[in-house]
Write a new protein. Structure first.
Length: 92
């Protein structure tokens, strides 16, 4: 039995797609636009029941996009935070 082909449809009026188009027209090498497009595609694949070849690449893209949105350098060194003892006890 042949299974039907799946089709990825893009809504050209969706705000994310409109923003991506604007960014790509302004700069074809925009890394954030490339990451956003890849995340959009890979999440659509997952939502449709497909497995993606490299899940860690998706995770890294999401982390980069989150870092950019939060204004955090994704390569910044980790900072040790001191938790006051009374807060540690309250968590237990």
């Amino acid at each position: 039995m042949m299974s039907g082909r799946k089709t990825l449809e893009i809504n050209p009026n969706h705000p994310v797609v409109v923003d991506l188009l604007t960014k790509v027209k302004a700069n074809k090498e925009d890394s954030a636009a490339k990451d956003t497009a890849a995340v959009l595609f890979q999440t659509a694949l997952i939502e449709s029941g497909y497995e993606i070849a490299d899940p860690s690449a998706l995770v890294n893209r999401v982390y980069r996009l989150m870092s950019k949105e939060l204004g955090v350098d994704p390569d910044a060194p980790l900072k040790e935070l001191e938790v006051p003892e009374d807060e540690e006890e309250a968590e237990e």
